[in-house]
Design a protein around this ligand. Structure first.
Ligand code: SF4
Ligand code: SF4
Length: 252
C-alpha cells in the first residue's frame, strides 16, 4: 500500500511547499504516495488519517493549536518541514506576533530544516519518508566541512561589525578564501547544523543559521557563541541576531 500523506501549511511564506513542488523528484514522489490532504494541489475537505503528515510554517494563532493536535492524532508520524515549523522561523522577528515551532505543542517524529530546505537534502528526506525510514540530520556544524574553514580563528580579538559583506565585497565560490569571521562579518556557521552544502557561503554570504542549531536552543547557542567574540556596539543593539529564526523557548 502506498503511504498516505497529509501536507499542511500553517503561518508561512509557503516557500517550503513551493520548493517541494519544484523538486526534480516531485513527480516520482507523487507516484509513490497517496495524497490525502494537500490544499495546493487537491481540494480536500478534512484532515484524514495518514501515515505521514508534513507540516510547514509556525504556530502563530490559537486556532492552529487545535489544528496541529488534530493533525497529530490522525498521523502515524509528523515531520516539521522548514525552519518555521522546526524552530519558529522568520516571524520570530516580530514584536507582536507569536512564532512557535510545532514541538512546543505536539510531539514530532523528525524535522526537515532549512529556509527553505536545500533541494538535495529535501529530496533525500522524502526518499526516506516514502521508505518508512527516519530523517537523519548531520551532527556536525557548518564549519566542519566549510570551504573557508582553513582560516577560521574564533577568539575574543575578533571584532564583528557587520552581518553581511558590502555588495562590492561579495565574492562567489572559491574566490572567497577567508572565513567571514576573520573579516569582521558575523557567520553563524559554528552553531549551525551542517546539511545545506554551504549554500550561502558559496554565494559569498555568511551563514545566518537557517538549518538550526546542532544542539539545544538556537538563542542560547547564539548567546554562548557571541560571548566568545566581540560585537560592535551597533550590533549589540540588534536583537534580530538572536530572534532571526527562533525566539527563546517559552516555559509552560
Ligand atoms: S564561521 Fe562561517 S565562513 Fe567561517 S568556517 Fe564557519 S561556516 Fe565557514
Ligand atoms: S549557509 Fe546557513 S543560512 Fe545559508 S542555507 Fe545553509 S544553513 Fe541556511
Amino acid at each position: 500500500m502506498k503511504p498516505r500523506f497529509n501536507i499542511i501549511s500553517l503561518t508561512s511564506c509557503t516557500g517550503c511547499i513551493s520548493t517541494l513542488i519544484s523538486l526534480d523528484i516531485f513527480p516520482q514522489f507523487l507516484e509513490r504516495i497517496k495524497i490525502n490532504y494537500f490544499l495546493f494541489i487537491l481540494d480536500s475537505d478534512d484532515i484524514e488519517e495518514c501515515e505521514i503528515a508534513l507540516v510547514e510554517g509556525c504556530i502563530s494563532e490559537e486556532t492552529q493549536i487545535n489544528l496541529i493536535r488534530k493533525i497529530r492524532k490522525r498521523a502515524k508520524r509528523v515531520f516539521a518541514l522548514g525552519t518555521c515549523a522546526c524552530f519558529g522561523g522568520i516571524l520570530s522577528l516580530s514584536n507582536s506576533k507569536k512564532a512557535e515551532p510545532l514541538s512546543n505543542h505536539i510531539e514530532i517524529d523528525g524535522m526537515i530544516p532549512g529556509c527553505p530546505p536545500p533541494s538535495k537534502f529535501f529530496g533525500n528526506c522524502l526518499i526516506n519518508l516514502v521508505g518508512n525510514k527516519d530523517i537523519i540530520l548531520s551532527e556536525k556544524n557548518m564549519c566542519a566541512n566549510c570551504p573557508l574553514r582553513g582560516s577560521i580563528e574564533i577568539n575574543s580579538h575578533i571584532k564583528i561589525t557587520k552581518i553581511n559583506p558590502n555588495p562590492e565585497e561579495i565574492r562567489l565560490g572559491e574566490e572567497n578564501s577567508e572565513c567571514f569571521l576573520n573579516n569582521g562579518i558575523l557567520c553563524l556557521g559554528p552553531i549551525t547544523r551542517d546539511g545545506c552544502e554551504h549554500k550561502c557561503i558559496k554565494m559569498g554570504l555568511p551563514c545566518e543559521g537557517c538549518m538550526g542549531p546542532v544542539s539545544k536552543d538556537f538563542t542560547s547557542n547564539v548567546v554562548n557563541f557571541l560571548s566568545l567574540i566581540e560585537l560592535s556596539q551597533e550590533l549589540q543593539k540588534y536583537t534580530g541576531i538572536y530572534n532571526r529564526f527562533s525566539k527563546p523557548k517559552i516555559n509552560r
